[in-house]
Design a protein around this ligand. Sequence first.
Ligand code: NAD
Length: 367
Amino acid sequence: MNNYIDNFADDLGPEKVVHIYEPKSKLRAIVVIDNISLGPAIGGCRMAIDVSTQEVFRLARAMTLKNALANLPHGGAKSAILADPRSENKEVLIREFAQAIKTLTDYTPGPDMGTDENSMAFIHDEIGRAVGLPKVLGGIPLDALGMTGYGLSVAAQVAADDISLSLKGARMVVQGFGNVGKAVAQFLDELGVKLIATCDSKGGIHNPDGIDISQLIQMKLSGAMVSQSGLGKPVNNEELLKIESDIFIPAARPDVFTEANQNQLKTLLVLEGANIPITHPAAKSMYKRGIMIVPDVIANSGGVIAAATEYQHLSESNAFDRVKSTIQNNTKELFKRMLKEGIPPHEVAHNMAKERIAQAMSYLAHM
Ligand code: NAD
């Protein structure tokens, strides 16, 4: 335990790091509740085989900052069920996970990589606590509506204005054609941005004339991989990162760019769809090279804003309005402060979030 404290702990958290093991089903899971000074934590529950405690902590911290920036009355947390999301006993694992977190009442899970609204319905059935539920249970279907992708397109409009980039005809590369990637590609396509390259875990395609997004979505739905679609020249996932673009959207995994490979990225604007896709030192170097980045904690907050709207039993249209106004305001404030303070975007965004958390923490009793 000391090790976690040495490695992670700072003045914000984490409040709790919980490791779960259930011998019968072999459920293994990690929950990190980072900071709850603004209210009970909301954060995704991921299902994947290769998630470390440190990664869950970093994702939980991103939720603390994201929820604070979005002015939500919620703290940050994250969890991971260490299993293949295609496991035959997925429902059993999810239900056992729900029972294991029953007493962690400061944590309400939402969908994340490898989980969806059905998973949240199972958790809700077990313990009465989950967001991102199916519509029939009062949920706002975040992924079906493309809430996070919509928020990214809002950030794109503010950022493009600020760096004088015309969205009409701009070239975008989307890493990860999943829930977030598909939705942002569609919303930006409506604004005239052209998808020139995208991928999934098995490889990608490049087509400088523009990829037909609806056709690619149909092919993915019928089970094809992006590289098999025939809608562009096949490229591997490393090559995709080097394709020149105007807008690059990482929408797959953390730590895609580190200091070792950040110089490969040739773009003007990055919208962080994934959580922590660029390490902070790498982001600093990119900023020095003139690449503008709208950090994850601002750009991809559409999903959690919609989840918090669902938590308050409000409607889909309330969720769209909130996503738009919150991300618009935060992106404008980000650019204003960057210009004034001359510091990189992640530092500015974190300062914006920490100011709000510090204010809330000042009201906590000191035992
Ligand atoms: P998803 O599983 O629907 O899609 C992920 C996509 O990335 C898939 O196409 C997958 O094949 C691809 N991928 C996986 N590993 C890859 C690799 N190594 N290289 C290239 N592509 C790879 O997941 P999602 O819901 O779209 O989430 C994507 C990212 O966005 C995650 O980091 C998630 O935490 C973050 N995020 C999601 C939401 C949301 O509302 N879904 C909100 C905020 C942040």
